[in-house]
Write a protein that binds this ligand. Sequence first.
Ligand SMILES: NC(=O)c1ccc[n+]([C@@H]2O[C@H](COP(=O)([O-])OP(=O)(O)OC[C@H]3O[C@@H](n4cnc5c(N)ncnc54)[C@H](OP(=O)(O)O)[C@@H]3O)[C@@H](O)[C@H]2O)c1
Length: 228
Amino acid sequence: MTHSQRHALIVGASRGLGLGLAETFLRRGWQVTATRRGAAPGLERLAAQGVRIETVDIDEDASIAALHERLRDEKFDLVFVVAGVLMEADRPLHAVSRAVHAQVYLTNAVSPILFADLFRDRLAPGGTLAFMSSVLGSVGLNTEGGWENYRASKAALNTNVRSFAARHADRDFGVLLLHPGWVATDMGGAGADLDVETSAVGLADVIEARAGRTDLAFLDYRGETLPW
Ligand SMILES: NC(=O)c1ccc[n+]([C@@H]2O[C@H](COP(=O)([O-])OP(=O)(O)OC[C@H]3O[C@@H](n4cnc5c(N)ncnc54)[C@H](OP(=O)(O)O)[C@@H]3O)[C@@H](O)[C@H]2O)c1
């Protein structure tokens, strides 16, 4: 690693957008540490190209704490919490069990903040703390409904990130909520608008362009500001 090489921590990189982001930052010359929960053949292929593979389940406090300890000597220019779940979002709110609501809210809206609060001391000055949100998390743009529990979890993530940013107003790193577009992954499905590479390249451009800023923004993969 050269002295000026930037270092990214991509959380939730076993497949989909997280894997695409790990690959994109690697191609751009970044040092990349990427996490999975279980087997991740796509990510394991990137290990041969220099990606450091780590393990974390963001829903488990002990797992986050153990990763934080293993990475105690590292500083990151980017910490990107990509991990998220989509469960029974095709059903209206009343048709989903309380247990599923709780799981979606925990993983999408709470666990990313618990992760960030522990890892903010691992961010280099001028670095970026990014969270994978969605345009569906925009309250203002919710005119047609649908995706009810998922939409609410991403709106809650946005609110929780705003609270995090306010709580850490004296931070020396930027905070981003990012919408990747509708992307063909296991979650997005085959009929989505974008392939993973197009979205990941756009997201990486947005992140690189904002290096050194310490404000909070809600942006899509083209750098367009989204309404709260
Ligand atoms: N695809 C889209 O169109 C789209 C649009 C807007 C926003 N997003 C958001 O983008 C992010 C990535 O989505 P994707 O499309 O790439 O989905 P995906 O293909 O379903 O991948 C989800 C990733 O999150 C990981 N993950 C889930 N729960 C986790 C946990 N508790 N701890 C650690 N990792 C966990 C999964 O790991 P495992 O392999 O271990 O399950 C997997 O790596 C999500 O936050 C999603 O909400 C996606």
